[in-house]
Ligand binder design. Structure first.
Ligand code: ADP
Ligand code: MG
Length: 249
């Protein structure tokens, strides 16, 4: 949990709407994320959590509303998409590592291709980041030689290699065996504590309690609750969020 800087939000999601065909998936969704804040999004499957993250970094265009990043309106502006992809790191449920590249090479790829960094410099960054995610000894292993928890930590390191200003995590531990969840959450919590601005879809309430500044509850495309961690865990919880929590805990 970080000290919140109450200046202009780093990321402002304002009244975002999104439909797929005639299905309205996101309904007037608004979330502010201040620099250094960690915001956790919870909610039932199909409630639109992934779609919301995908709208933020323009993997899916929003149909309505606005997204501001560092005060700039980046809503569906193709010119800002490459910049956003650089400055917003994303971690997916299924790791999505390049299977033909080693752990180190997965991390080196974007710094070399996108930032034009030398192989030598990129390798130094990969070495430091593998240390950071606590698997320095796995640098030369391919993804299929790594456990799920190790693969996800490489995916986090790969995202960090671009020195993002925000990290988006979409259920980063839900594909993992239970014994590997903690090692991934520990890395995420450490990053949050160091001030990495983060928007995290997860149902790991232990992580939320430890790392989140705010908790957002979504249901059927709507944001039902957006509470400080203190209020949320202090029991000031919307009844629908309470019912959801009772199911998952
Ligand atoms: P969550 O991440 O909360 O489980 P999603 O954002 O993945 O929810 O999905 C919300 C709804 O949008 C679901 O009903 C899903 O079927 C639908 N949906 C998501 N992506 C697409 C797509 N590309 N085309 C059509 N429907 C989609
Ligand atoms: Mg999802």
């Amino acid at each position: 949990m970080a000290q919140t800087d109450k200046t202009k939000p780093l990321l402002e999601i304002i009244g975002v709407d999104k439909s797929f065909g005639s299905n309205r998936i996101l309904k007037n969704c608004s979330i502010n994320v201040q620099a250094k804040e960690t915001v956790v999004i919870i909610g039932p499957s199909g409630s639109g959590k992934s779609t919301l993250l995908r709208c933020v970094n323009q993997l899916d265009p929003a149909d309505g509303g606005n997204i501001f990043f560092e005060g700039r309106d980046v809503t569906n502006d193709p010119r800002t998409a490459p910049l956003l992809r650089r400055e917003i790191g994303m971690v997916f449920q299924n790791f999505e590592l390049f299977s033909h590249l080693t752990a180190a090479e997965n991390i080196m790829l974007a710094p070399m291709k996108v930032l034009g960094m030398s192989r030598h410099d990129a390798h130094d960054i990969a070495t430091a980041l593998l240390q950071k995610v606590r698997i320095p000894e796995r640098a030369d292993h391919f993804p299929d030689e790594l456990s799920g928890g190790q693969q996800q930590r490489v995916a986090i390191a790969r995202a960090l290699a671009m020195r993002p200003k925000v990290m988006l995590y979409d259920e980063p531990t839900s594909a993992l065996d239970p014994e590997m969840i903690r090692e991934v959450l520990d890395v995420m919590a450490e990053l949050s504590a160091e001030g990495m601005t983060s928007l995290v879809v997860t149902h790991e309430m232990g992580f939320a309690r430890q790392a989140a500044d705010r908790i957002v509850f979504m249901e059927a495309g709507e944001i039902i609750e957006n509470a400080s961690s203190t209020d949320f865990f202090g029991g000031v919880v919307h009844e629908r969020a309470r019912r959801f929590l009772d199911q998952i805990l």
